[in-house]
Ligand binder design. Sequence first.
Ligand code: 5AD
Ligand code: SF4
Length: 327
Amino acid sequence: MVRRAAHGCFVHLRALLETGNSCRADCLYCGLRRGNSSIERYSLEAHTIVDIVSRAASGGFRTVVMQSGEDAGRGPEFIRDVVVSIRDCVEAALTLSYGEWPAAVYGMWRRAGADRYLLKFETSNRELFAFLRPGRTLDQRLACLRFLREAGFQVGTGFMVGLPGQTLDDIANDLLLLHHLDPDMAGIGPYIPHPATPLAQSCREWNCAIRSEDSVLGNFCSAEMTLRCLAIARIMNPSLHLPATTALETSLADGHLRGLSAGANVLMVNVTPGFCSRNYDLYPGRHVGNDEDPRVLWNRYEGLLAREGYMVSPDRGDGKGNGASWE
Ligand code: 5AD
Ligand code: SF4
């Protein structure tokens, strides 16, 4: 009801392009961590990225999200040049999700023409954050979010639900931190154990507060808890853009639709070429790009949403906070 009052029956479709899977970070939960030698690393060429983004935009998507691991090899200038090329020929809103960088890099990407940036805080528990993300701190992460806002980005953040060691108090604090940060967008998704990560391997030693073994995927409770978090986040932040995340769709039958019923108003549609997306191995069972034309995907989602009583939003779905000061 709160979603309906703020967003009507409209759902924003965002095209997601995973431009590369190399990462300098070593997060204990993530399959892209640099310590995972079992995946093949890729990096899309600039002309391929521009081509796919252009096709997504002409296929109907009014936002394209470009994401990769924190790839130090390519360098921030590479992304800047790609953004400039995209801006020359594409009108759609452009969201970047490239991890933690100095304020000057964020400023450079913003000036090149990127509109939005996605950087989840992952968990509001300082100790858990530092444990899960070796060498990183929650304070650094929050400083990055501040830099992004100061650079004039519309900012997205969010957290994972059901992390080993995460308590219900932590999740309540995640929701409070989210509200305090007052972002334009928030990705809230279930943690899905990845067998090639230390976290999944050592999980049994942890006190997993809400994880249960009684479902097919072993993380049923995380997904159910995610639905509750989406509903609470929606009530706390009526105008927030809230995707029904890919991780939710992966871990729950009809996860997208159940996410929308719980209060989400955004769906991410993967337009990454299949051979790359298979190696964008954040967690197992992910719905990967399958080389379909973006327009075909757009039409399919539009039909699926119409059957459920939703309409694809005709506008870009900008946030309220473009350029606003932080805090
Ligand atoms: N389960 C769920 N989400 C994950 N992410 C990374 N690893 C996992 C996992 N095992 C999410 C994080 C990160 C984004 C790139 O993917 O929230 O921000
Ligand atoms: Fe890299 Fe992000 Fe995965 Fe961490 S969560 S290893 S920063 S891709």
